[in-house]
Design a protein around this ligand. Structure first.
Ligand code: NAI
Length: 301
């Protein structure tokens, strides 16, 4: 098996000044990629800013013989997103890989959540991924090559107490990934999402006794594979952490089709609810067209 290499590839990693993003930056650089280390340099709740987090990672990459530049813009504005991608184009002439990783937390139960706590979390995670990925997508489309990765979370995909803002943003990223996978297909732009579990400043108090087993470096190999030339996968979601790698998917059950021409009542739905929910024989549609094809087949029976 030959090594997966990133020679002549330019990778932008948002929030790469620490935690998971830093591990991606170091490993992609080690494999030959030119890296834009973006980080706002603030605290885990999104307050503050500084240059030292991104600078330290850039220095570490350079000390190991790699190539990297720092970018300190916040991903949470359209101007910031443009500036992140401009750093890549100015320093290295383009962008091949974007890892949307920057993130913050403002956990609060739903009844107590303020509009500000909703706005800042949506701005960094969800809008931030739009603002960085859109200018990158334009470059990738012209080149006919791109790899976009989105960082989702089990908190949104499966649900978690006190994270309505974060969970909604993280599931929104799955929707964005699905659409960009469809739009990017003909330009060789592959889009995937991960839901990681790792010990970082964001989670160190939440993971309890599992924390020592959840090194951020155990997430890195999947990210390196998904963003590589060798990986043709697109439109997929993976759960990753502590050495376990698994796929998460949005499936459609075979369901229940009412008798042709019959008028279905709420009671009919109730009577068939187990069949409607039964996962046996599910499919994984790859687009709305795919689901419409399944429905159209059922209608023609
Ligand atoms: P972290 O706090 O170490 O890393 C996040 C980085 O994003 C920080 O370096 C921070 O300075 C940067 N950042 C924050 N706001 C920014 C902005 N507006 N612009 C640019 N950079 C900004 O936390 P961690 O755990 O490494 O998180 C990375 C990603 O993984 C996040 O999106 C997080 O939501 C996600 N995630 C992490 C999980 C875990 O178990 N650690 C679980 C599920 C998702």
């Amino acid at each position: 098996m030959t090594d997966i290499r990133y020679d002549n590839r330019v990778a932008v990693i948002t929030g790469a000044g620490g935690g998971l993003g830093k591990t991606y930056a170091l490993e992609l650089a080690r494999r030959g990629a030119k890296i834009v280390v973006n980080d706002l340099g603030g605290k885990a709740d999104g307050t503050g800013a500084g240059t030292s987090m991104a600078d330290l990672v850039v220095n570490e990459i350079k000390a190991a013989g790699g190539q990297a530049v720092a970018n300190y813009d916040s991903v949470s504005t359209p101007e910031g997103g443009e500036a992140v991608i401009k750093s890549a184009v100015d320093a290295f002439g383009g962008v091949d890989v974007v890892i949307n990783n920057a993130g913050i937390l403002r956990d609060k139960t739903f009844v107590k959540l303020t509009p500000e706590e909703l706005a800042i979390v949506l701005d960094v995670h969800l809008r931030g991924a739009f603002y960085v990925s859109q200018p990158a997508f334009r470059v990738m489309k012209d080149k006919g090559y791109g790899r976009l990765l989105f960082t989702s979370s089990a908190a949104g995909i499966f649900g978690n107490f006190g994270q309505s803002n974060y969970g909604a943003a993280k599931m929104g990223l799955v929707g964005l990934m699905h659409v960009l996978a469809v739009e990017g297909a003909k330009y060789n732009i592959r889009c995937n999402a991960i839901a990681p579990t790792a010990r970082t400043r964001m989670t160190e108090e939440l993971l309890g006794p599992m924390a020592p087993l959840l090194d951020p470096e155990s997430v890195t190999p999947l990210v390196v594979y998904l963003c590589s030339e060798r990986c043709e996968l697109t439109h997929e979601i993976f759960s990753v952490g502590g050495g376990r790698f698994a796929r998460i998917f949005v499936g459609l059950t075979a369901g229940w089709m009412a008798e042709k021409g019959s008028k279905v009542s709420a009671e009919d739905v109730e009577a068939h609810v187990e069949r409607i929910r039964d996962p046996e024989g599910y499919t994984i549609p790859t687009s709305i067209t795919d689901e419409l094809r399944i429905l159209s087949k059922a209608l023609r029976r």
